[in-house]
Design a protein. Structure first.
Length: 157
């Protein structure tokens, strides 16, 4: 930024002395370059990962709905993130389900990401019309491009 000597401008953020007190930090140039490269690498394979995750997700969703009674898929069956499956299980609370899964080495979350750590059911699930007791039995599973069909089978069993 270039300023005439006659232009007076105050600091937006206070705390440092760089640029005559107008800037409080030095940019992490190696970090910025590294992040740009990581983004470039991730973008190259994004469609391949998403396609793989979508196949796993659809298989997982169908198996759970077919084999586990009193199960509801939360959200649209296909118009969702490629790696996301969110279910509600009637007659069981999400905390109990998470404990049972954790004892088998399975990582999952209850509700939605925006309420992680809260005992309240997801406001999103309540707003799409799920009754409180149904929303309270929800489970969110996130897959990745490293997830295998064997791991999905293990979770279902």
């Amino acid at each position: 930024m270039y300023l005439k000597n006659t232009v007076k401008i105050g600091s937006f953020i206070h705390g440092g002395a760089q640029e005559r007190g107008k800037k409080v930090e030095t940019h992490n140039t190696p970090g910025i370059i590294g992040f740009a490269k990581a983004t470039e690498i991730a973008e190259k394979n994004m469609h391949i990962r998403a396609e793989y995750e979508t196949k796993l997700r659809d298989y997982f969703i169908q198996r759970v709905l077919d084999e586990i009674p009193h199960t509801i898929l939360n959200g649209h069956k296909t118009q969702r993130l490629s790696n996301n499956a969110n279910f509600s299980f009637r007659f069981i609370e999400d905390e109990s389900l998470l404990i049972l899964l954790d004892q088998s080495g399975i990582c999952a979350s209850s509700g939605s990401a925006c309420i992680s750590g809260s005992l309240d059911p997801s406001h999103v699930l309540l707003s799409i019309g799920l009754p409180h007791e149904t929303a309270h039995g929800s489970l969110r599973i996130t897959l990745s491009d490293e997830t295998t069909i064997e791991e999905i089978e293990f979770v279902i069993e």
